[in-house]
Write a protein that binds this ligand. Structure first.
Ligand code: NAP
Length: 280
């Protein structure tokens, strides 16, 4: 299969490059290709003629999106609209990668695929608008929502916890944000399976299980052998940040499970990731 990947240099883009190395890949990212430039995506897709587009490009700095909601909308919503229009014009299927932040996170039980969109912050609003564009413009789409993504080399939560633990010997982490830590390599494998099915629709691909940020940090410290580090539980009201994340943002993978596509427990995935990261 010939697959075009947007945001190819990002965490998920790189994991997909590894997982899909047996396929023909066209890789695009900034600075060469800006998905917000009208006509650019249509030109590239017309020239390269992929069978499928996996759209990973996004403005993923959640606090940056809160500071500049117009930029968030331009990249995440308008950029996705451009990608979807280009797929529509050439009759190509599209995978759109979305987020748990399209939900308000007010449901302690978490969210299945069929729940209505209810974003609470500018990042979530821009990603919800992107989903609406995809659904309005295409019939052959997979919307894959994920959460708390991490990958080697990425500036992610695990990195931040390990750095602070080593430098300061103490970390302070919120207990009132719940989600699903998800290893980009596992997500890439799930997407690789999904695109062979032709079962277009909405999917929640996250590593199995949910936890608070505080419990995630605890497990990172435990697995990294940093058990002497103090992990102080705090509430998000204790520090101010531009964006307000969903308090209960856990996703449930019901549709993928029906196809036999499930991701392993998050603790196992973390262990694999840390083995690579902690090698001398
Ligand atoms: N990271 C998470 O925790 C998380 C959670 C849930 C869902 N997601 C979703 O998963 C997808 C992949 O996330 P990720 O963590 O792999 O993101 P990432 O590492 O931030 O990668 C995104 C890529 O998109 C590129 N990009 C940004 N603006 C662009 C533009 N205007 N034109 C073309 N490319 C552009 C970025 O380039 P620069 O680096 O140069 O800006 C970057 O290479 C995104 O749709 C994201 O919303 C992520």
């Amino acid at each position: 299969m010939h697959i075009l990947i947007t945001g190819a240099n990002g965490q998920l883009g790189q994991a997909l490059q590894t997982t899909l190395r047996g396929e023909t890949l066209t890789l695009i990212d900034l600075p060469e290709v800006d998905i917000t430039t009208p006509g650019t995506m249509a030109d590239i897709i017309r020239q390269t003629r992929p069978d499928l587009v996996i759209h990973c490009a996004a403005y993923t700095d959640v606090d940056g999106c809160a500071r500049d909601p117009e930029l968030a909308h331009r990249v995440n919503a308008f950029g996705t609209q451009n990608v979807a229009l280009a797929c529509q014009a050439t009759d190509i299927a599209m995978v759109h990668v979305s987020t748990n932040e399209v939900f308000a996170g007010t449901e302690p039980g978490g969210y299945e695929e069929w729940r209505p969109l209810s974003p609470r912050n500018p990042y979530g609003q821009s990603k919800a608008a992107a989903e609406i564009h995809v659904r309005a413009l295409l019939s052959r789409y997979y919307i894959v929502r994920t959460a708390w993504l991490y990958a080697p080399g990425g500036r992610n939560f695990i990195h931040a916890i390990l750095r602070r633990a080593r430098e300061e010997g103490v970390v302070r982490v919120v207990t009132d944000e719940v989600g699903n830590p998800t290893y980009a390599a596992d997500l890439a494998q799930a997407i690789a399976k999904l695109i062979t099915t032709g079962q277009y629709g909405i999917y929640h691909f996250v590593n199995n299980g949910a936890c608070s940020r505080w419990a995630f940090a605890n497990e990172i410290l435990r697995q990294a052998g940093l058990t002497g580090v103090v992990n102080i539980p705090i509430l998000s009201s204790a520090f101010s940040r531009p964006s307000s994340p969903p308090p209960f943002g856990a996703l449930h993978n019901r549709n993928g499970k029906a196809l036999g596509i499930t991701l392993r427990p998050w603790q196992e995935a973390l262990s694999d990731y840390l083995q690579g990261e902690l090698l001398p």
